[in-house]
Ligand binder design. Structure first.
Ligand code: MG
Ligand code: ZN
Length: 349
């Protein structure tokens, strides 16, 4: 009888444990990273990409509420909050209603939450995870909203929006709970629970013009910090794949993709060792209408042309690995990426 009782005790304890153990989520967004950017990057990089190690692949429809061709704000709002909205809108629907983001939902569930980007931290893609504004270009307001937010760790450019403002406020002084670090070494060393790392005062330069620190190192350190004591959510953006597309510069696209691919490698390495981490890699849209027209596989040479200086409406791939990764197969709206992440968190391991 006693054995029987303890069996039940152990069983219910294990059930409780499994239900209380939601997966960590690493969402990686390659801005403007369509299938052509991935294919071109893969062949230019010795016919390999870390994306080949993912378990499932899906396709996401990226149109916004008002345009077939989305911008990064509407698309990031769709992925962050599950609503189709207007181009330029950050974290709000077409009636200006604020939308709660997956990062904020995770924070309410006592996750650690973080954002690591290679653009300014107030740029459209990361902003959609913490801000609610009708124009993505209202950078000082977005900075103010980040300063009042509960994001545990953030890395990106754009410090000037915090301490060189029209309203003369110094948000860095107001963010008293944060430790601000100035180098990869300081970032690695700090034991603070609230960390801000401004990599550049304004817009970070392209990778091929010397941007540092590498997204790979930033991702690795961020994952170690966020996973120390709790479950976590992080969004890592390869922000400038898009900027290379706007510039119709193949070298720009390739160098940004290469760095992003290495960062994805760090995320996957973490997830494989951890066992309860869901990694999702996708894009907000394609940029440049890139087509891969030729090259040489063995010599890692590619010949590719751009068809647009802007975004295009082609579907973008979604790669997934880890618990609940099977949810991400098939074809769906970008809003479903939010729904699927929420399902993963609510159902636990
Ligand atoms: Mg972006
Ligand atoms: Zn763009």
């Amino acid at each position: 009888m006693q054995n029987f009782f303890s069996f039940f005790l152990i069983l219910s304890f294990q059930l409780l444990l499994s239900q209380q153990n939601p997966p960590n989520i690493i969402l990686m967004i390659g801005d403007g990273m369509g299938l052509s950017q991935i294919s071109t990057g893969m062949y230019a990089n010795g016919n390999k990409t870390i994306l080949e190690e993912f378990e499932y692949v899906g396709l996401s429809k990226t149109h916004s509420l008002d345009y077939l061709v989305t911008d990064s704000a509407a698309s990031a709002t769709a992925m962050a909050s599950g609503v189709k909205t207007l181009n330029r809108a950050v974290g709000i629907d077409e009636n200006n209603n604020k939308q709660k983001s997956i990062l904020e939902i995770c924070k309410e569930k006592d996750f650690n939450v973080g954002l690591v980007v290679t653009s300014e931290i107030v740029h459209a893609t990361p902003a959609c995870f913490y801000a609610n504004v009708s124009s993505r270009y209202d950078y000082e307001e977005i900075a103010l909203q980040l300063s009042e937010h509960s994001v545990d760790l953030f890395v990106g450019g754009g410090e000037d929006y915090f301490n060189k403002r029209k309203d003369k406020r110094n948000l860095l002084e107001e963010m008293s709970g944060y430790t601000f670090v100035n180098s990869l070494e300081e970032f690695n060393k700090t034991t603070s629970k609230k960390i801000g790392f401004f990599t550049y005062p304004g817009e970070p330069p392209p990778k091929n013009l010397g941007r540092g620190p590498s997204l790979e190192s930033l991702t690795e350190i961020s994952l170690n910090k966020l996973s120390e004591d709790k479950s976590f959510f992080i969004m890592v953006e390869g922000s400038q794949i898009d900027w290379g597309g706007h510039d119709n510069s193949l070298n720009y696209v390739l160098s940004e993709f290469k760095e992003f691919d290495l960062a994805i490698g760090k995320a996957l390495e973490f997830a494989k060792a951890d066992g309860n981490t869901l990694v999702i890699v996708t894009a907000d849209h394609e940029t440049g209408g890139l087509s891969l027209n030729g090259g040489n596989v063995n010599k890692s040479r590619v010949r590719a042309d751009f068809n647009s200086g802007s975004h295009t409406g082609t579907m973008v791939p979604v790669f997934s690995y880890g618990p609940h990764s099977n949810l991400f197969k098939g074809i769906y709206d970008n809003t479903a990426i939010f729904d699927k992440m929420l399902t993963a968190i609510n159902e636990g391991k």
